[in-house]
Design a protein around this ligand. Sequence first.
Ligand code: UDP
Length: 141
Amino acid sequence: MAIERTLSIIKPDAVAKNVIGQIYTRFENAGLKIIASRMAHLSRLEAEQFYAVHKERPFFKDLVDFMVSGPVVIQVLEGENAILKNRELMGATDPKKADAGTIRADFADSIDANAVHGSDAAETAAVEIAFFFAGLNVYSR
Ligand code: UDP
């Protein structure tokens, strides 16, 4: 199976709930390595650019408002099948539909405030990793 990298964000709601460590533990227990990590309070421009693919969607402004409402923790995860594995750990976008035991089922309140982001494909993972970590070190091991 291929070793992949994926971009993960712990969103402002989960940072505010003080569950950064619990979410990191889930990544580690699933065999995903955290190979780069930074905390940031995104600017509006950064949030708009990161979610540009959604700019025509009705929820776009609320999504940007939410993403800039507090600090986030951004990480690159590496491991076998990392993209799909992280999506499985996250659960469905709407926490009401997320499987029991997933991050969103356990820590998210709503489809807007849904605890985590994770890249959905290899192409988006590469773009998203470059968006937040271009010029910064990653520590593959
Ligand atoms: N979102 C929202 N309302 C919706 C759909 C999506 O607020 O009706 C937000 C939500 O935070 C979601 C993000 O937009 O995580 C990106 O949507 P996507 O469909 O890419 O979901 P994800 O990949 O995060 O599961």
